[in-house]
Design a protein around this ligand. Structure first.
Ligand code: SF4
Ligand code: SF4
Length: 314
């Protein structure tokens, strides 16, 4: 079986456990979680994903670096399969460059290190650790490094500028990507999103930015690695259970799912048009921070999730 239009990446939420407990966390991660994927779990699914043409593997959380041995095992196996390996972490493990290099040497098969930070990370993991991790990645020979700044739009530039100042001149051009904070997961109750963050739908990019096949520690394969992970129930993009079904069967069903394929390839615009046509316009938010905010607020309404599912089943 080929990919048949599925995304070419698989993301493992290795654990929801995280040493941090950020107010904006979509995953509602924190130190209390114990569930995690084992190296054996991930290797089995990597093998099957590779068989259907998946070429990229990402490891996220929570913080996957907490599960160093399992993570390392999966990375080594992914590299043997020829996959591009990315790891996303807060860099809690880099109180110094030396400690950072020592951790990265145990993750030698990582190709791309994604380091997340935000104004809310600072009380747990200050920017100095992020800078240490960038330097450590350079010293350990990691091929690609990217820093992801999650913030309100108004704070994005200053955090990025402070980080660049902390870096040695030769690393100041590190790639930085910005992500807006919105009210899903813990942020839905712990934060107030300023009005200025919202855009009218007419000026919103409604394409789906993160449609990777995503596995959480429960073994359920999802078709979203962003805010729909916050939906414990009514999640329309749960594609199947890898602990009871073969990967190839779940992937085959996902490839034939008009609902998943529409969101993945065309984004939310067709869904919004469908809801308007079907008389559910009152359920559509008029403003949203970004596509994932809109997506979460649509599908968090059980009647909307059920309606869309039924319409695509017709
Ligand atoms: S936002 Fe990231 S660093 Fe913060 S609690 Fe969630 S997973 Fe951990
Ligand atoms: S648009 Fe929806 S399905 Fe796509 S990544 Fe965002 S939350 Fe997930």
């Amino acid at each position: 079986m080929a990919l048949n239009g599925l995304h070419n990446g698989i993301t493992f939420i290795v654990t929801r456990r995280c040493p941090l407990q950020c107010e904006h966390c979509v995953m509602e991660s924190g130190p209390e979680y114990r569930d995690h994927l084992t190296g054996a779990d991930m290797k089995a699914w990597l093998y099957e994903a590779h068989q259907i043409g998946v070429t990229r593997a990402s490891y996220s959380g929570g913080d996957p670096v907490l599960m160093l041995r399992d993570l390392s095992e999966a990375l080594v196996y992914g590299r043997e399969l020829g996959m591009i390996n990315s790891v996303f972490t807060s860099a809690f493990w880099a109180p110094s460059v030396e400690r950072g290099v020592s951790t990265l040497r145990r993750l030698a098969a990582v190709d791309i290190l994604g380091i997340s930070t935000s104004p809310h990370h600072q009380r747990f993991v200050p920017l100095e650790r992020v800078a240490n991790a960038v330097v450590a990645a350079d010293e350990a020979g990691v091929r690609g490094v990217e820093v992801q700044v999650s913030s309100f739009r108004r704070d994005a530039v200053s955090l990025e500028a402070r980080l660049r100042e902390l870096l040695p001149q030769r690393l100041r051009d590190v790639r930085v990507r910005h992500q807006s904070i919105f009210a899903a997961g813990r942020a839905a109750t712990a934060m107030t999103i300023p009005e200025g963050e919202y855009l009218p739908l007419a000026s919103l990019d409604m394409s789906c930015p993160a449609p990777a096949l995503t596995v959480e520690p429960d073994g359920l394969l999802r078709g979203c690695c962003s805010s729909l992970l916050a939906l414990k129930e009514h999640n329309p993009l749960i594609l199947g259970d890898l602990r009871s079904e073969r990967f190839v069967d779940v992937a085959g069903r996902a490839a034939r799912s008009a609902h998943y394929q529409t969101i993945r390839s065309e984004g939310l615009a067709p869904i919004v048009r469908m809801l308007e046509r079907d008389g559910l316009g009152a359920s559509i938010p008029r403003l949203a921070v970004n596509a994932c905010d809109l997506c979460f607020r649509l599908y968090a309404q059980p009647n909307v999730a059920a309606h869309v599912r039924e319409r695509f089943a017709e």
